[in-house]
Design a protein around this ligand. Structure first.
Ligand code: C2E
Ligand code: CA
Ligand code: CA
Length: 261
């Protein structure tokens, strides 16, 4: 807890970005901001090691705002450079989601940075939403009214009520990597993954598969009409300057296709 407090004060929380790629076009359409704690002695600490504690102590609120601010500032730069026109996805913790003024806080950060809400997506886990679905519904509606997109994260691991799923103003369902890991050999997971994609399609939602590591997994997902993938097969989480190079390479590739006959 003391280390985290120091980290917040000394600005030691940094952000990596993992690309999300459209399967049909192969284009980078979005990226997820993933926090790291860069400790001067301990090195780079993963969120799994500090988020649960930060969640308990409430420090996650401060960390989450720093992440949001950095993700918005980086994205603003890439948009201004003409390198990116999609949305950056930021994870919103349960504690943040409980804040009655979350929408105002996000709006304040967006306007400080000068980024349009049309470049932001919030990832909220199933568990977070189902803690208080009626309040969640209201906050989600307010965020959507501002033009922010919403993804339901870790889908399939919590206890989602399908009645709520229909009412939540979501844009995207993210299939949890637990169901992706053993594709396509595990027939239960294959059935679950394809059912989630079908459900999402019927509710007019996009589906993202996370944790895609193999070409076989990708082939399965493509065949079952999943639209977007994220995972080590295509990209690891990247430092901001690495992501920038990735965006530049992508732009050059597109320009090359434009001029080729
Ligand atoms: P998540 O939201 O489900 O994020 C995906 C995690 O899967 C990331 O771990 C990512 O690095 C990892 N991953 C991506 N592709 C692959 C793959 O192909 N294979 C495998 N095995 N793993 C893959 P990471 O960065 O360690 O983050 C872990 C969790 O910490 C996240 O899970 C999220 O719940 C939380 N987290 C990360 N950043 C933030 C943040 O800024 N705020 C909050 N509240 N939570 C965060
Ligand atoms: Ca996430
Ligand atoms: Ca997950």
């Amino acid at each position: 807890e003391n280390l985290i407090r120091q980290g917040i004060k000394d600005d030691l929380f940094t952000v990596y970005y993992q690309p999300k790629v459209d399967i049909a076009s192969g284009k980078l359409v979005s990226m997820e901001a993933l926090v790291r704690f860069e400790h001067p002695q301990k090195g780079i600490v993963s969120p799994g090691q500090f988020i649960p504690l930060a969640e308990q102590t409430g420090q996650i609120i401060e960390i989450g705002e720093q992440v949001l601010r950095k993700a918005c500032a980086d994205t603003k730069r890439w948009v201004n450079q003409g390198l990116f026109s999609g949305r950056v996805a930021v994870n919103i913790s349960a504690k943040q989601f409980e804040l009655p003024d979350l929408d105002d806080r996000i709006n304040k950060i967006l306007s400080d940075v000068g980024l349009s809400p049309l470049h932001l997506e919030c990832e909220i886990t199933e568990g977070t939403l189902m803690e208080s679905p009626e309040n969640g519904l209201q906050m989600m509606t307010r965020l959507r009214e501002r033009g922010i997109h919403l993804a339901l994260d870790d889908f399939g691991t919590g206890y989602s009520s399908l009645a709520y799923l229909k009412r939540f103003p979501l844009n995207t369902l993210k299939i949890d990597k637990a169901f992706i890991t053993d594709l396509p050999a595990n027939t239960d997971d294959a059935a679950i993954a394809s059912a989630i994609i079908g459900l999402a399609a019927n509710l007019n939602l996009l589906t993202i598969a996370e944790g895609v590591e193999t070409a076989e997994q990708l082939a399965f997902l493509k065949e079952h009409d999943c639209q977007i993938i994220q995972g080590f097969l295509l990209d690891r989480p990247l430092w901001p300057d690495q992501l920038e190079n990735r965006l530049k390479a992508e732009q050059q590739r597109q320009e090359a296709t434009k001029i080729s006959p």
